[in-house]
Design a protein around this ligand. Structure first.
Ligand SMILES: NC(=O)c1ccc[n+]([C@@H]2O[C@H](COP(=O)([O-])OP(=O)(O)OC[C@H]3O[C@@H](n4cnc5c(N)ncnc54)[C@H](OP(=O)(O)O)[C@@H]3O)[C@@H](O)[C@H]2O)c1
Length: 303
């Protein structure tokens, strides 16, 4: 297949490398050529375009069989989200209207679920987030679902949980730096997926995803924050983080939600088998990687 990865970054680059290994012709888009050497080393053909600029999209060498939109607004508020996710995706849909691909996978986020009661959440659950940024993601999904419902645009939506892996994993990195805090009583659930599994899930969605369908991309085990830190504490032989009032984190971009993401649809329909079914396997691998590289400096603060 001729594949276009739009936003060839933390997830897009290993995704492209894997697709190249599987024999596909892969192109990767970023806004600058800063990562050209890295992309080429992985066998990915680098392209430069900003998807929010239709005239830049027009320069890309269409047609493509498979397209993955995994651009990310790494920072910024709802205006930047609107620009990158909503307007960027709208430009892609318009750009592809004359020459549609066989499959278009979009990496949305589980932040579209605003549940705060720790309830199980599946793809049919309510999506009424309170944060402005997550509302933009709901609008972006709707744009794609509307296009898919007309039968001319084969969009598949993945609602991706917190991505962790090499150099990623917000709570883990905070914990290593002695900056982590247990919020309230630590009962809030965390939902995660290892980067390598997300790569596998995207490929499964390209192959088996049904246009117009949504799949939660999350591993098997939502874990309460306190249990996550307890596992890390035992694995690393390091103190538990201190407790802090929940309000200290209330200003976060995606809002405080509490929910247990379910992945049954992903497993049944896409037939994906997780390499790291829970954070235990995933973080064991990451801790091992850091240790092997001499980067695991456990700083045991006196209590
Ligand atoms: N991180 C999480 O826990 C999480 C959770 C749920 C969903 N997601 C979603 O998962 C996907 C993958 O995330 P990631 O961590 O791989 O993101 P990332 O590393 O930040 O990569 C995003 C890439 O998008 C490119 N990009 C940004 N704006 C662009 C634009 N306007 N036009 C063209 N390229 C653009 C960036 O390249 P340049 O800067 O070089 O242009 C970058 O390489 C994203 O869609 C993200 O929203 C992430």
């Amino acid at each position: 297949m001729r594949v276009l990865i739009v936003g060839c970054g933390y997830v897009g680059l290993p995704l492209g490398a894997e697709l190249v290994k599987q024999g596909h012709e892969v192109f990767g888009v970023r806004r600058t050529n800063a990562a050209e050497t890295e992309l080429k080393a992985a066998g990915i053909q680098p392209l430069v375009a900003d998807i929010t600029e239709p005239e830049e999209l027009a320069t890309l060498p269409k047609p493509f069989d498979w397209i993955v939109n995994c651009v990310s607004s790494s920072k910024g508020g709802s205006e930047e989200y609107r620009q990158v996710y909503l307007n960027g995706t709208r430009s892609l849909v318009e750009w592809l209207s004359a020459t549609p691909s066989k499959k278009f996978v979009y990496t949305s986020s589980t932040s579209v679920y605003g549940q705060t009661d720790g309830s199980p959440v599946k793809e049919t659950s309510l999506t009424q987030p309170t944060s402005e940024t997550s509302k933009v993601l709901v609008e972006t999904e709707k744009l794609l679902l509307d296009a898919a419902s007309k039968g001319t645009f084969p969009a598949v939506i993945l609602r991706v949980a917190g991505i962790y892996g090499p150099e990623r994993g917000h709570l883990f990195l905070q914990y290593l730096k002695n900056e982590a805090k247990i919020e309230g009583r630590g009962e809030r659930f965390i939902n995660m997926i290892h980067r390598d599994d997300l790569v596998g899930v995207i490929i499964a969605a390209l192959k088996n995803g049904r246009p117009g369908e949504i799949y939660n991309a999350v591993d098997d085990e939502p874990v309460a924050q306190i249990h996550f830190f307890r596992w890390l504490s035992e694995a690393l032989g390091k103190w538990m983080p201190p407790f802090a009032a929940e309000t200290e984190n209330a200003g976060r971009k995606r809002g405080l939600t509490n929910k247990k993401l379910q992945n049954r649809k992903l497993k049944m329909e896409l037939g994906y088998q997780f390499k790291y079914p829970t954070f235990r396997q995933g973080y064991t691998a990451e801790i091992q990687r850091l240790d092997d590289a001499g980067l695991l400096n456990i700083d045991l603060e006196p209590r």
